[in-house]
Design a protein around this ligand. Structure first.
Ligand SMILES: Cc1cc2nc3c(=O)[nH]c(=O)nc-3n(C[C@H](O)[C@H](O)[C@H](O)COP(=O)(O)OP(=O)(O)OC[C@H]3O[C@@H](n4cnc5c(N)ncnc54)[C@H](O)[C@@H]3O)c2cc1C
Length: 445
């Protein structure tokens, strides 16, 4: 029996898309550097049982399997292998249960963030991980350990996933190795996620967004630990440099009401989101935060009207598209301890000037996660730029990626720069989970 026939036995012939039917969208994600690849077939299982059949067929034929959620990843991690299959979770997109007593949602891997949010909002609940692209799937979020703007308050995906097949609705667990956490962030290289148990939170009733321009990038970065340490607990703490802010506001046409003389001299901005259960509490927090930002050197502090606040957050979430439209050659998301952001940014400025590259950025400053757009068209110089930027992050106690993952895009530099002992242990874990080496080969390792 051919592979395609075997797969068709598992899911039914109309759920195996080959040739023209395996449309271009399945060939790539949003990485700017990883080339698209047409797979042998795209397979659409409708249940865990069907997925088991698909994996059994792939094992028999030794065919590479690349899981795919919504294809919004930034590191080429769901780009298929030539001759391999893509397993798309679009038919497994049911919210199985919203358990309000235990504050847990049970969802199939193909459920999208916006779909879950629409189901939770009427119940006054939220799932607090908001990476910038809400069409992303929960399976993809688990596999990349997605972060986003609210991680400064709520943590990233792994802090909200209480179970997959292992784990469950329990609030804590100390029963052997935590396999759920091993799968989180494993980019489809160890296992395929069919179901996730997600922690839910009450939806905050009141929100405010403050915008603070600073005269230097270093001053913004230096203010971050003070804001985090204030006890006010911001839900969003983003920095945006001057070039990125200009591009974002021009692209989305927002007027943030920043005075001309400040706009022309500010080199970077801090965006602080606050949330509270009562209006009075929110006002007190906003006032205290504004004072703190002014003391930390802000040129001015604006409490944005709700309309512009929403537009600014949306524009920040879409900053990637603006960078792409302006011709960025790559996007990086190095993470460093947050107090090391100034040192990291100084190293980045040195790399940019010594290589003739432009490295503007913005990022989840509260988490030390710096997103840089790389404008350097020459591939060799760009490789050098990225190696030096990654080295700078690692030297400061950080990591190559804070949330986008290693994928195919950063694999070579990951293997070159990471601790070899850690990489070897990862290889042994990979072999234990995937002895045939068919799960997303070439990703991460
Ligand atoms: C405009 C924009 C803004 C973004 N902002 C952020 C941000 O702020 N923070 C952030 O973290 N990310 C961000 N991202 C990146 C992206 O949205 C996340 O990486 C997201 O988690 C990917 O989900 P997906 O469903 O699209 O996964 P895909 O891209 O389809 O896949 C990503 C990885 O997950 C694996 N995978 C998918 N489903 C499964 C499964 N069921 N089982 C096992 N493995 C699976 C794939 O094999 C691949 O390795 C942004 C992307 C865009 C386009």
């Amino acid at each position: 029996m051919s592979v395609l026939e075997d797969l068709a036995m598992a899911v039914g012939p109309k759920h195996v898309l080959a040739g023209e039917a395996a449309k271009d969208d399945y060939h790539h994600d949003e990485s700017l550097t990883v080339p698209a690849v047409c797979p042998l077939a795209v397979v659409l299982p409708g249940s865990t049982e069907e997925l088991s059949g698909v994996l059994a067929a792939a094992s028999r034929h030794r065919v590479a399997v690349t899981a795919r959620g919504s294809g919004t990843g930034m590191s080429g991690a769901c780009t298929p292998v030539d001759g391999g299959i893509v397993v798309s979770f679009e038919r497994m997109s049911r919210i199985i249960e919203i358990d309000q007593a235990n504050h847990v949602a049970v969802v199939q891997a193909g459920v999208q963030l916006d779909q879950l949010d629409s189901a939770l909002a009427p119940l006054g609940l939220m799932y607090p991980v908001y990476p910038g692209e809400y069409s992303a799937s929960l399976g993809g979020n688990v596999a990349t350990n997605a972060g986003g703007m609210r991680a400064v308050r709520y943590g990233v995906t792994r802090h909200q996933v209480v179970g997959i097949r292992c784990g469950g609705k329990v609030a804590k667990l100390s029963s052997g190795y935590d396999l759920t956490q091993l799968i989180a962030g494993s980019e489809g290289t160890l296992a395929l996620v069919t179901l996730a148990y997600l922690r839910l939170y009450p939806r905050p009733a009141f929100n405010a967004t403050l915008l603070a321009p600073f005269s230097t990038l270093e001053a913004v970065a230096a203010a971050v630990p003070t804001v985090v340490g204030s006890g006010i607990g911001p839900s969003i703490l983003e920095y945006v440099d001057m070039l990125t802010m200009a591009a974002m506001t021009a692209h989305s046409g927002i007027d943030l009401g920043v005075a001309d003389e400040i706009r022309s001299t500010a080199l970077a901005y801090l965006v602080v989101g606050l949330e509270a259960r009562s209006e009075t509490r929110l006002e007190e927090d906003a006032e205290a935060m504004a004072e703190l930002l002014a003391k930390a050197g802000a040129m001015e502090v604006y409490v944005l009207p709700p309309g512009s606040a929403v537009q600014l957050i949306e524009a920040r979430e879409k900053a990637f598209w603006v960078a792409k439209a302006n011709g960025a050659d790559d996007v990086l998301d190095v993470v460093v301890p947050r107090a090391a952001i100034p040192a990291f940014m100084a190293a980045v400025a040195e790399v940019a000037s010594s290589t003739g590259s432009l490295l503007p950025g913005c990022g989840h400053a509260g988490d030390g996660n710096v997103h840089l757009a790389v404008f350097q068209p020459d591939p060799e110089t760009r490789h050098e730029v990225e190696r030096r930027v990654f080295e700078a992050g690692l030297t400061l106690g950080g990591a190559i990626s804070g949330e986008h993952g290693i994928g195919r895009a950063k694999r070579d530099l990951f293997l070159e720069l990471e601790d070899p002992a850690k990489v070897e242990l990862m290889r042994r874990l990979k072999a234990a989970f995937d002895p045939l080496g068919i799960l997303n080969p070439g990703v991460t390792l």
